[in-house]
Ligand binder design. Structure first.
Ligand code: HOZ
Length: 433
């Protein structure tokens, strides 16, 4: 089947031919791939072309595609009915699993996506503190709920709409925007809005403006500021949760959050999200408390089966994290040496198995710096890499995900391709950047 013909058909019935904007490949100036299947570290388009996958469904496929334990677990439950809209044993198991693994989470509520988790967490922070305003960071992306589409990253940034149409001024006014890695910008907002701030939401490692690690002590200072101002600290762990390490960013950086949000990774690729926190806060959620939130598909039996299987594999095989980190480090070092050898100005950021390659000579540690990246060059890099069979995120402002299924051979092949592609780009630009 011709990819382009399918894309034309898609465009007639879906905005931009896709169900999520970044997938349209607009930022890299080409037509999207249509995927038919995936296995391990590889995905295949509808013409059966094979690609080494570093998108990994935007993170959840930490074990690689089609992990046998996850598939088996889904097959075990799928014959028993697909949705009941009633409690199941697996929901309790999932709750027990997450609260036993992640520090400082006493209770959890399952939802269907990261967006839903964030939207509910914000409502909860407001309900608990009886305050309206939320601080977020420029370039951080927390899904597409209205209050978070203010200076947002990911697709919003890729497609130059960090402030979406359709978000009312009233909603946007309750969202205050600080500068990532700049604690004084947060202090200032607390001072200017004394007693009004319900919480601060952050991606502990920003991974939707490319990958931007938090500066040393930035998260600790954020914790102190929230305590001082009786505001809640919300870690959006849709990307970092169960990825940086089993306990996510709270464990990795040893910083306690009041509410944590999760997305796709806890569903092993199925549509899942969740938010959790300490008991006293979570008891404000309906039916115990006055913060309303509900959903027929929340805790869906198939999604729970897949998620539990994935989390159990991660919990019982901690060496998985060492292996993924080692592979990611090889990539990081490889990119850096290629760039040095070619005198190609790039900035490589890595935390655990998350990597961001920016086409800039600046050190990227906030949104302004991320924007110095040459997105045209990234687009060329993306397209050349794709021709070599390496599937990267179709936008400068996303992350590169390494999974447990990426082998040493995969990494070496990726670096060989990167060397060839960056060399070609260098020659194309005649070494002028
Ligand atoms: N904006 C998402 C990644 N940060 C992409 C979602 C998708 O297209 O699947």
């Amino acid at each position: 089947m011709d990819l382009n013909v399918l894309y034309e058909r898609g465009k007639k019935v879906m905005p931009g031919g896709v169900n999520s904007p970044v997938r349209a490949f607009k930022a890299v100036g080409t037509n999207p791939l249509f995927i038919s299947k995936a296995n391990g570290s590889k995905i295949y388009d509808i013409d059966n072309n094979e690609y080494l996958d570093y998108v990994c469904s935007w993170g959840p496929m930490i074990l690689g595609h089609n992990h046998p334990k996850i598939v088996e677990s889904i097959m075990d439950v799928i014959h028993n009915g697909l949705s009941f809209g009633a409690p199941t044993e697996n929901e309790v198991l999932m709750g027990e699993l997450i609260t036993s693994i992640v520090p400082y989470i006493d209770m959890i509520r399952m939802v269907n996506s990261g967006t839903e988790a964030v939207m509910s967490a914000i409502r909860l922070a407001r309900g608990y503190t009886k305050r309206d305003k939320i601080i977020k960071f420029e370039g951080c992306y927390h899904g597409h709920c209205d209050s978070m589409l203010v200076k947002a990253g990911s697709g919003a940034l890729t497609l130059s709409t960090p402030d979406s149409l359709g978000v009312t001024e009233g909603t946007a006014n309750d969202t205050l925007v600080a500068v990532y890695n700049d604690i004084s910008s947060v202090e200032k907002l607390f001072t200017q809005n004394e007693g009004q701030i319900a919480g601060v939401i952050i991606e502990p490692v920003a991974a939707n403006m490319g990958v931007v690690p938090p500066r040393k002590e930035f998260l600790e200072k954020l914790r102190e500021l929230c305590d001082k101002n009786n505001a809640l600290l919300i870690f959006d762990e849709v990307i970092t949760g169960f990825r940086l390490c089993i306990g996510g960013a709270q464990e990795f950086y040893n910083v306690k959050a009041d509410i944590v949000t999760y997305g796709k990774i806890i569903g092993g690729g199925m549509p899942v999200g969740a938010y959790g926190g300490r008991r006293e806060i979570m008891e404000c959620v309906s039916p115990l408390g006055g913060v309303y939130q509900a959903g027929t598909l929340s805790g869906n039996p198939v999604a729970m089966a897949a998620g539990i299987a994935q989390l159990k594999v991660l919990k019982e095989n901690r060496e998985i994290y060492d292996k993924i980190d080692t592979m990611a480090k090889k990539l990081e070092n490889g990119f850096k040496s290629i760039a040095e050898e070619l005198k190609f100005p790039i900035c490589v950021n890595r935390v655990g198995s998350l990597i961001g390659v920016f086409f800039t000579k600046e050190k990227v540690d906030n949104f302004e710096m991320a924007k110095t990246s040459n997105t045209e060059l990234y687009a060329k890099y993306f397209n050349y890499m794709l021709k070599e069979g390496i599937y990267l995120a179709p936008s400068q402002f996303e992350a590169m995900f390494v999974s447990y299924s990426h082998t040493e051979e995969d990494i070496l092949r990726t670096l060989d391709c990167a060397k060839k592609v960056l060399g070609n780009l260098y020659n194309l630009r005649k070494g002028v950047f």
